[in-house]
Design a protein around this ligand. Structure first.
Ligand code: NAD
Length: 501
């Protein structure tokens, strides 16, 4: 696998039917965000390339569907072993294109592996139902069958974990996949395709096709792609959802987020400060479950802000490949400028910039920005209303628990939320009252473990099926219900009435 990695350093190819393909005319640059240097170019597929991949996937899926479940399960076990043994190789590859620290990349690989472990139990997840004797001599059973060829379109911020959320379940359920990873950090997807192949997955079941909007549109319009799983920003998620549905496809499209962390007056403020700093600035805030708004209830604001500021002054920001770094750069120069723009605008809108990440000095041309803390933020300010997707934590001060809940429930985003309290009744009420898909009680980033499923509400998810875990098996299969009867031929008679019990 190391040889392969060396080979993709200059031109990052598609993987179609097990072969590397890189003769596309269109290409995009791939950077190392820590140095600002272009390290590779990635090929960008057009509609003809998508069609080539779909033809390969379609043919391969027929045989894969026929493969015994035990054999499919074996691929999952083997895949787990390969990824676990070489996790550092994959993590370093992620760091080189995404910028996050290697430790953080190892974390994303571990969370992706949870779904591989879940999928290894596919024999259980694909079980059907059976009802005996629904009428005299009549039985009914339900089976789950794969959809055929499905597409997975993934964001830059988790180049291994999100593909593992989608692709693994789709394949476990008997489908063939077209994976379109983010064009900004595409190598992890190629690495995963190699790992699946080494685990025994037949060629053509996992095809990696790189690209941009042109490529995505070709996926959405292709008649032989039966379902689309998407994770990315809200405007694109909505577009994917609408256009896929128009084409009659099954679709789940997860969008952006603005995650609030409520700190109640009875909370342990040191624990809350640790959690806020970790969840706001980990991965430079480029996580869909990052905490971006701190909601302080009552008198906690001043002491909490002091504790957070003190911790921020000790953050080590640098190249993610350096083991000393705790926070890396942003994904692109444009992302850096965009994040700086939010801090620029905050003071003009009436907020108070307590810690200004723009003033943090860095050597070289990497896409770095320091961590920012902005106090006295209100709805209606850009810094509150929009997803920043960078290391900026806003503080909204409220007087009561009810105000905190009202604020959060008015947000268009509803991915994750957390409450910090030592009171069980408050925690229980919060869980009940809050209109958000994933809730943490003293847990700042409540990403559910692999045996549950992941997804937000409102503009954070278009569609009705969450990702990975049990719901994912529903998404990637269609149910067929079979009614059977084995009558004696002598009992046969004509009856034009509608069948009843
Ligand atoms: P993005 O929406 O820019 O891109 C996501 C995917 O869509 C990429 O593969 C990209 O090539 C493709 N794409 C981009 N523009 C397109 C267009 N105009 N038409 C068709 N396809 C297009 O998102 P990103 O910047 O890669 O990722 C960050 C975003 O993803 C953030 O908003 C973050 O909150 C979100 N995200 C959400 C979750 C979640 O679970 N809800 C998880 C991770 C990331």
């Amino acid at each position: 696998m190391t040889d392969t990695l060396t080979a993709v350093k200059t031109t990052i190819p598609h993987v179609i039917a097990g072969a590397r393909v890189d003769d596309d005319a269109r290409r995009g640059p791939v950077f190392n965000p820590a140095t600002g240097e272009q390290t590779a170019e990635v090929v960008l597929a057009d509609a003809a390339r998508i069609d080539e991949a779909v033809v390969a996937a379609y043919a391969a899926q027929i045989a894969w569907r026929n493969t015994g479940l035990g054999r499919r399960s074996h691929v999952m076990f083997k895949l787990r072993e390969i990824i676990e043994q070489r996790n550092i190789e994959l993590a370093r590859l992620i760091t080189a294109e995404h910028g996050k620290t290697v430790d953080d990349a190892l974390g994303e690989v571990a969370r992706g592996l949870e779904n591989v472990e879940f999928c290894a139990g596919l024999m259980h997840h694909l079980k059907g139902d059976y009802s005996e004797q629904v009428a005299r001599g009549v039985d009914v059973h339900q089976v789950r069958q794969p959809l055929g060829v499905v597409a997975c379109i993934t964001p830059f911020n988790f180049p291994a974990m999100v593909p593992l959320w989608m692709v693994t379940t789709a394949i476990a359920a008997g489908n063939a996949v077209i994976l379109k990873p983010s064009e900004r950090d595409p190598s992890a997807a190629v690495w995963l395709a190699d790992a699946f192949r080494e685990a025994g997955l037949p060629d053509g079941i996992l095809n990696v096709v790189h690209g941009d909007k042109v490529t995505v549109d070709a996926i959405l319009d292709h008649p032989d792609i039966k379902a689309v799983s998407f994770v990315g920003s809200t405007p694109i998620a909505k577009y994917i959802y609408t256009r896929s549905a128009e084409q009659g496809k099954r679709v789940q499209a997860l969008g952006g987020a603005k995650n609030h962390m409520v700190v109640m007056p009875d909370a342990d403020l040191d624990a809350a400060a640790d959690a806020a700093v970790s969840a706001a600035y980990g991965s430079a805030g480029e996580r869909c479950m990052a905490v971006s708004v701190l909601v302080t209830v009552g008198e906690v604001a001043d002491p909490l802000i002091e504790k957070i500021s003190e911790r921020m002054s000790r953050l080590v920001i640098g190249d993610g490949a350096d083991p000393a770094s705790e926070m890396g750069p942003l994904i692109t120069r444009e992302a850096r400028e965009r994040v700086a723009g939010f801090v620029d605008g905050a003071a003009g809108e009436g907020a108070t910039v307590v810690v200004d990440g723009r003033s943090h000095e860095f050597e070289g041309d990497g896409f770095f920005i320091g961590a920012s803390l902005v106090d006295r933020v209100q709805p209606g300010m850009r810094v509150y209303d929009e997803e920043i997707f960078g290391p900026v934590l806003s503080v909204v001060r409220v007087d009561t628990y009810d105000e905190a809940v009202e604020l959060i429930n008015a947000s268009r985003y509803a991915n994750g939320v957390a409450v910090f309290t030592r009171d069980g009744k408050t925690a229980r009420s919060f869980e009940y009252d809050i209109e958000v898909g994933m809730v943490g009680v003293n847990v700042p980033i409540p990403v559910p473990v692999g045996a549950f499923s992941f997804g937000g509400w409102k503009d954070s998810l278009f569609g009705d099926t969450h990702m990975y875990g049990p719901e994912s098996f529903n998404f990637y299969t269609r149910r067929k219900v079979v009614t059977t009867r084995w009558p004696e031929p002598s009992e046969s008679q004509i009856d034009l009435g509608f069948p009843t019990h």
